[in-house]
Structures are given as C-alpha cells and as structure tokens.
Design a protein around this ligand. Structure first.
Ligand SMILES: Nc1nc2c(ncn2[C@@H]2O[C@H](COP(=O)(O)OP(=O)(O)OP(=O)(O)O)[C@@H](O)[C@H]2O)c(=O)[nH]1
Ligand SMILES: [Mg+2]
Length: 469
C-alpha cells in the first residue's frame, strides 16, 4: 500500500515486548538488518543465530559487559520479509522480572541497537507493506480490548474485514468520480454528461454501504467501550434492587423510603463478553425534598439522555399514572427496555380489569416489556439479553468491527461529503460541485485506509502504542 522506504532498515531497534513486573519470562525484541549480529554479540548460544535456520529456538546465555553470564535465555530469529515488521526480527526470551529484561535491552543498545519508540515495530510492519493502516490500528484495538467480544471485533479488523469493505467503497467512489470528471474535463470530446438521477442513485447506494459500515464500527465501539445502561424510573420502584440483582451483590442501598438513591451509582457487568456500564439513578418525577435530591434528579436526567439504552423500571403493583404516560412518550423514540418490577406481588388492575403491564404495553406499542422481580432475582437474564439486543439486534454483534475513533470520524466525514454531493445535484448546483464533494469523500476513505498518509497522521497513530509493539 505504501512503498518500502529503502533507508528505513538502517537502524536496528530494540524493546521489551512484554509487560513490566514479575512473570515467568520476558521477551526482548530486535528488528532491523543488524538484529542477528547484535544478538550474537550479546548472547552466547549453542550456535550463533547467524548459523541457525530462521524460526528455530537456541538455548544459551545473556552476557554482561565483561562477558559473564547474566541469565539463561532462549533466542529465535525470523527472516525478512516473513516477520512481524517485515525486517529481520530476533526475539530473546529472558527470565521474567524487570531487571533482567532491562539489562538485556541495555546490552543490546550498547552493541548497536536503538531503543524503539512506541509502536515502532507496528509502524515498520506498515511501512514495509506487511499490514495496512486499518490493520495496524486493529493491533492497538487488540491490545486495549477488555472483553472477549471486543477482542473478536478487533481480530476481524486485523484480518482485513474493514480494509476490504472500505476498499470496495473507495473503488466505487473512484469509478463514479472518473465517470463524471471525464465528461466535465474533456467537453471537446463530446462525452455525454451522465444523467443526474443516475448519479444520485449511485451516491445513494454508496451512502447506504457506508452507513452499514458505520453501524458495524459503532457496534465494535460499544463492544470495546461498553454499553451505557441507565436504570431509570420514579422513586421506590426498585431501581437499586435491580442494580443489585444484575450484579448479584448488595452494591446499592435499598430501603422502602422513596428518594433513597441520591447520586449516580456506576458498576460494570460483563455479559456474554460485552461490558454493560450500569448506572443506577435517583428516582425521577417526584418533588425533591431538598437540594441534594434535586441535584441527584438532574444527574439522573443527564444520564437518561446520554445512555445507549435506558431500562425503565416500573412498579407493576400500582397502576400507571400521568408520570408514566409522559415518560412513555419521552422514551418511545430512544433505545429502551421496560422492566415491570415486583412481579412477586399481585399486578394492579384498573376498573376494566386491565393489568398495569397491559396498560404499559398499550402506551408503548412495539417496546420490549419484561416482567421481573428484582427482589427475588427473576427475569434478570432475559433483561440482560434484551439490553444487549436492543443495541446490537440479533446477530449483528458478530459483524462488529473494532476501529479507532479516528477511523469512525473518517467514515462519518465520507458520508457527510456524499450527502453534500447529493444535495448539490438535487439543488441544481451542477455536476462540477457534486464531483468536488465526491473527491472529499474519497479523500476521507483514503485517510481511513492509509493510502498515502502524511507523517503527522502516522506519528499520531503510532504514538498511541506501547513501546515494544
Ligand atoms: N415485593 C417486591 N419489592 C421490591 C422489589 N424490588 C424492590 N422492592 C422493594 O421496593 C422498595 C424500594 O426499592 P429500591 O430498590 O430502593 O427502589 P429505588 O427505585 O432504587 O428507590 P429510590 O432510590 O428511592 O428511587 C424496597 O423496599 C425494596 O425491597 C420486588 O421485586 N418485589
Ligand atoms: Mg435507589
């Protein structure tokens, strides 16, 4: 994707690739043309790496400045271009602990290696064409994954799913721009301009594809960062009891006094490999009895607004009233699940014998309503499933792509420029104006894919890595 920089291999870099602290082993890595030579001058192996076939482990010793053995080690080398960086790479496995690995690194530097910068191994992999930029960023996603699903999403990106999808869209954009511009740039050739409607159709189809890609990236983002779940409802309905039931521990104070919870209580629960960031809130809809409660309610309101999903807890043993009516109107357009709590108590019924649950279902047609008892822990697993599927829908979790915030921004920008192009055409501004918006969109895709990236972009991306990766 980017030409190999011929002067690049001049310096051989070294770093500790494993985390600091006590462990069984530590791995010190070298990359560059002099890797084997520097390692052979620092180690005394049963046979030098220079005489060892690639990918075969050798046993030996790490030698200090005076040639005395410091540690027993294993060493292996990978031949360019079939290595992580695309250059000759040596891995030295020392015993764990910070001291011995640091000493090994220091000795390698004394013998001609340079300390690697953060992400420099992955940057070299990119510069030598081993991986593209989307894959390099996916490596960061893997390192930072905190849940199993996030890890799977990052691995899908590393295996090239983002790149191949984005590359197809880029190619289509290129073809569309070319079709338009050839007619605009060579009017003397009498190439007929394409019909505006036909171009609008193509732009619409591209927009759809990008929106699909964005959905997959958003799912991946949620898998990595977690789904923000606000537990909301009026006072005393059992919100804190629900938080405790979800966590299976007595985290929040529960009493029969309305207004017990005054501040936000946040906890993370991992369910089916997905982090759920639960927030219990102060009861809404009542009249605050003091300033503290008023502040708590304001926080509950803000949490309600910015959550990914709202779990609206309702007490099924009493009938819905005006508050519930206005809450149902407010929540209807937002992601939510209704938890009709206190299922262990008789459901309230109105004069027509309709239960509280039936009345709520009428107020919110199409919503997911679940009957639960926070006190007895019933219906809690179904609620967790409902929270996850309200965000991910059935099956789409499997398609999530773990991408960086930068990449999401580029996809959004590409969609924005496509919309500008279609507005330009339908607003009569002409194909010239639309063509320049298409170019903008294509440039966003190029930045996403790392086609001809500038150095500042590369510095920004790779500086986020740890040293040794
Ligand atoms: N019978 C029954 N009682 C419940 C259930 N869930 C909660 N309660 C009771 O309802 C009362 C209020 O529970 P909380 O969990 O404190 O309610 P809350 O919504 O957090 O209340 P605030 O923090 O005041 O807004 C307590 O007495 C709970 O024991 C349930 O499923 N069944
Ligand atoms: Mg509470």
């Amino acid at each position: 994707m980017r030409p190999v920089n011929p002067s690049f291999q001049e310096e051989t870099i070294a770093a500790i690739a494993t985390a600091r602290g006590e462990a069984g082993i530590a791995v010190v890595r070298l990359s560059g043309a002099r890797s084997k030579e520097i390692a052979d001058r620092t180690l005394s192996l049963t046979l030098p790496l220079a005489e060892t076939p690639a990918r075969r482990m050798r046993n030996g010793y790490l030698l200090d400045e005076k040639g005395e053995a410091l540690d027993q080690v294993l060493a292996v080398w990978f031949a360019a271009p079939k290595s992580y960086t695309g250059e000759d790479v040596v891995e030295i496995h020392t015993h764990g602990g910070t001291l011995v690995a640091s000493k090994c690194l220091e000795l390698l530097v004394c013998r001609g290696a340079r300390l690697a910068e953060p992400g420099e191994f992955t940057k070299r992999a990119f510069l030598s064409g081993r991986i593209d930029l989307t894959q390099a960023e996916a490596v960061l996603g893997i390192i930072r994954s905190k849940s199993e699903e996030a890890l799977r999403a990052a691995t899908r990106t590393l295996r090239g799913e983002l790149a191949s999808f984005a590359m197809d869209i880029h190619q289509e954009l290129l073809a569309l721009s070319a079709r338009m511009e050839v007619a605009l740039d060579f009017p003397e050739e009498d190439i007929p301009l394409h019909d505006d409607d036909e171009i609008l159709q193509s732009i619409y189809a591209l927009c759809q594809s990008l929106e699909d890609l964005l959905d997959r990236c958003n799912t991946g983002f949620l898998l990595r960062e977690g789904i923000r779940v606000a537990i909301v409802g009026r006072p005393n309905v059992g919100k804190s009891s629900l938080l405790n039931a979800l966590l299976k521990e007595s985290r929040a104070i529960v009493t029969s006094i309305p207004g017990t919870t005054r501040d936000l209580i946040e906890e993370v629960l991992t369910y089916r490999g997905i982090p759920l960031r639960l927030v219990d809130t102060a009861g809404m809809g009542g009249t605050p009895s003091d300033e503290v409660e008023a502040l708590g309610i304001a926080r509950a309101e803000a949490t309600f607004e910015k959550a990914d999903v709202r779990v609206w807890v309702v007490d099924g043993s009493s009938l819905p009233d005006e508050f519930d009516q206005s809450m149902s109107e407010r929540i209807a357009g937002l992601e939510h699940v209704v938890a009709v709590n206190k299922a262990d108590l008789p459901r309230a019924k109105n004069a027509e014998e309709h239960t509280s649950e039936e009345l709520l279902a009428e107020m919110l047609p199409g919503s997911t309503l679940l009957s639960i008892s926070a006190k007895h822990g019933t219906g809690i697993d179904s609620l967790k499933d409902a929270i996850v599927s309200s965000i991910a829908g059935a099956g789409t979790l499997d398609a999530g792509l773990n991408v960086s915030a930068r990449q999401v921004e580029e996809i959004r920008a590409a969609i924005g420029s496509l919309k500008d192009a279609s507005n330009a055409l339908s607003g009569g501004l002409g194909q010239d104006a639309a063509a320049s918006c298409l170019t903008e969109s294509r440039l966003s895709m190029e930045r996403l894919l790392g086609i001809a990236p500038d150095d500042s972009l590369l510095d920004y991306i790779f500086s986020q890595f740890c040293v040794g990766k």
